[in-house]
Write a protein that binds this ligand. Sequence first.
Ligand SMILES: N[C@@H](CCC(=O)N[C@@H](CS)C(=O)NCC(=O)O)C(=O)O
Length: 406
Amino acid sequence: MSDFLQFAVVLAAALAVVYYTGHGPFLLRKTTEIVYGKPGCAPVPAIGNVTLHYFAARGRGEPIRMILEEAKIFYNETGFTKDTWPEAKAKGIEEGLYTFGQVPAITTSSGVQMVQSQAITHYIGRSTGMECNCEDLHFCEAVALAVEDIAQKFGKVVYDPEFTIKSRNDYLKDTASVWLGYLEKIAPCLEAKDKAFFASERLTWVDFLVFNIIDVHIELAQVKIAGVAPINILENHPKLSAFYSKFKARPKIAVYLESSRRPAFNLPYPPKAAIPQQKAAPAPAAAAEQQKKQQQVPKKQAAPPAAAQQQAKKPETPRQNPRRSNHPRRNPRHSNNNSNHLNQSQHNNPRYHNPLRSKRNPQHRLGKLSKLPNRHHHSPSLLPRHLEKNKKNLKSKHANLREYWV
Ligand SMILES: N[C@@H](CCC(=O)N[C@@H](CS)C(=O)NCC(=O)O)C(=O)O
């Protein structure tokens, strides 16, 4: 038998073994890892530094922030407000950056610019080894779209100007619990150790979407209102609850969740029942009488209900800046006690400081994106050719950005 024939027979036999033993996907996965140096289906090159174009709010920007944090990618943000957005929108549309007139969008130092939150999260996943395996892609897409379905339903309730505690409760009971139930069925069973994450034994981009949608529901269910008890939405979803806790405890995610880079959770419309009743100020004589009565109150009193206690300690004040959480645990830099927002080891760690914002840095000023190390000059742009010319305008756009470095 000629050498060639021998080789062909051995190859055919090897392929048959791979096929019949079902190890094809495994080999494909390993080949991808060897070829691209990172796991996942069809990875893409590194994206360099990122500018996230979004509002100073969690919203659809939040999974993007989290995946950037997890991947240790430098990013800054436009932090739009309702005042700055209209002009930015008009400009973004004109330049072809905000393809559908909406944000989130990202621009990267490698020349990528794109819109649509899920596509962005997916793309960052592909670039950072957090893409799903080829054989799981269809599942990942289905999960991502289900998250979008839930987000739409959530949005319908909270963006209703008539939003009330009743509509919240009805939504959580009749809709959210059903959809969380669906997610529960496909959630990883951490005890069985079959897979640690939603789509794989590895963390992938869909985990960020799922975590975020659970998180916004937890926030919604725990809105602090006097006399309204928080609802535990994960009570009947043990697998989702375990996934949520595990994801939240990932070192880089945990640091981000507690950092001042994370915008506060805000509802578009405060629930009607939450608007405090304006009490008429007592007349001076009556006020003196009241004060006297208060002083006479015996020391030992029945403890007020926990919710009322909390309300009394921390009166709800309107937030001035949506990026600033009033919650000291969540946003330690904005707590009154500024001295301890970083512990000693964090204080000495340059990762916790933004060199460009440091007062010691003579170059401290805004809009330094163009000065950042651009490690990936040659990555292909995702832009259609007719929009390439607009890229030139991006640098001037960055001049107005605020920076929130990881
Ligand atoms: N499907 C899009 C939806 C984007 C979207 O609805 N963006 C909103 C903010 S969350 C927006 O840009 N609103 C301002 C506007 O439309 O002018 C995505 O997921 O990125």
